[in-house]
Design a protein around this ligand. Structure first.
Ligand SMILES: C=C(C(=O)O)c1ccccc1
Length: 335
């Protein structure tokens, strides 16, 4: 027997066979409504014998449109248009999902609300063309989305899903592929928002403790790798205190973590050089030395002595002990 022709239980749905019609962009939903019309009803109806139809990618908002004449699922006219499609498919015993789409940076100002820039995780223009006003054109320079705009885009997908249900679809497919918005967020070629994390495996700060920190932090760092973080910033020992308060193998974290390792806690230049030389860290974080030496870098270069820090003015107050530490230049000028 032909496996393809066997029925398949997809969640609550029973598909009559195992042939799925892949989402196919056909550019036949013209402005101003970008809604599927009678031709689309016929086109999907003709193919209703597939086990499952997945519609062409359909934008969840005007901002999410990247090509001319692709359909949306965010307006009344679009929902009405799609309702006719799903009714026809269901009359013929078919099942149909809609693919929810946001193109992100793969768009053109001619398609964007108020002729604005397409949006993306980072402002990096794609080296590709789109199809607008009857011709192929370079995609426009995108702008980076503000963090505050993300919930609105998530709401657009939510609303599109509610619209899809209202339009009679049996389900939705989220378009996370082919370099569109979700793919742009997932990949570091298009998403330059990198994140670091600070950890302190054996610090006793704030009365924290763990009975077996080595396997715990080995596990944590292994999983931080999967998030493709840009660095781990490791407080080695007790925060602001002894570096050897408890046994811990920091090299194990260094070995596991594929991106940068920032070492911190009680470093002076000599220890920093030793650790960098040994490849045991990529960067060294200095705290108190930077409090009292705004020009710490210049002092390192000059081999100059460092200002002592004043603990009494660490927390709270004004300029004293905050912005009044002298630079090397100021000290030399005063001599
Ligand atoms: C939605 C598309 C995709 O996922 O590649 C698409 C867009 C334009 C032309 C072909 C395909």
């Amino acid at each position: 027997s032909t496996k393809l022709l066997e029925p398949y239980k997809l969640g609550a749905l029973t598909l009559s066979n195992r042939l799925v019609m892949a989402p196919l962009t056909r550019n036949r939903a013209p402005a101003p409504n970008f809604a599927p019309g009678p031709l689309a009803v016929e086109y999907y109806g003709q193919r209703a014998s597939a086990g499952l139809l997945i519609t062409e990618a359909s934008q969840v908002s005007q901002q999410g449109q990247g090509y001319q004449d692709t359909p949306g699922i965010y307006s009344k006219e679009q929902v009405e248009g799609w309702r006719k499609v799903t009714d026809r498919v269901h009359e013929r015993g078919g099942r149909i999902f809609i693919q929810l789409w946001h193109v992100g940076r793969i768009s053109h100002v001619a398609l964007q609300p108020n002729g604005g820039a397409p949006v993306a995780p980072s402002a990096i223009r794609a080296k590709t063309k789109t199809f607008v006003n009857g011709t192929f054109a370079d995609v426009s320079e995108p702008r980076a989305l503000e963090l505050s705009e993300i919930p609105g885009i998530i709401d657009d997908f939510k609303r599109a899903t509610a619209n899809a249900i209202a339009a009679g679809f049996d389900g939705v497919e989220i378009h996370g592929a082919n370099g569109y918005l979700l793919d742009q967020f997932a990949k570091d070629g298009t998403n330059k928002h990198r994140t670091g994390i600070r950890i302190s495996p054996v610090t006793p700060a704030n009365d924290v403790s763990d009975s077996n920190p080595q396997p715990l932090f080995d596990y944590i760092v292994d999983h931080l790798n999967a998030l493709k973080l840009t660095y781990i910033h490791v407080i080695e020992g007790a925060t602001g205190g002894p570096r050897d308060n408890a046994p811990f193998d920091y090299a194990s974290l260094r070995k596991r973590f594929k991106q940068a390792y920032i070492a911190n806690n009680g470093y002076d230049f000599a220890l920093a050089e030793k650790v960098l030389e040994a490849g045991a860290a990529d960067l060294i974080a200095f705290g108190k030395p930077f409090i009292s030496n705004p020009d710490l870098v210049e002092r390192l270069k000059a081999g100059a002595p460092l200002n002592e820090w004043d603990k009494a003015t660490f927390y709270g107050g004004g300029a004293k002990g905050y912005t009044d530490y002298p630079t090397l230049k100021a000290t030399e000028a005063a001599e």
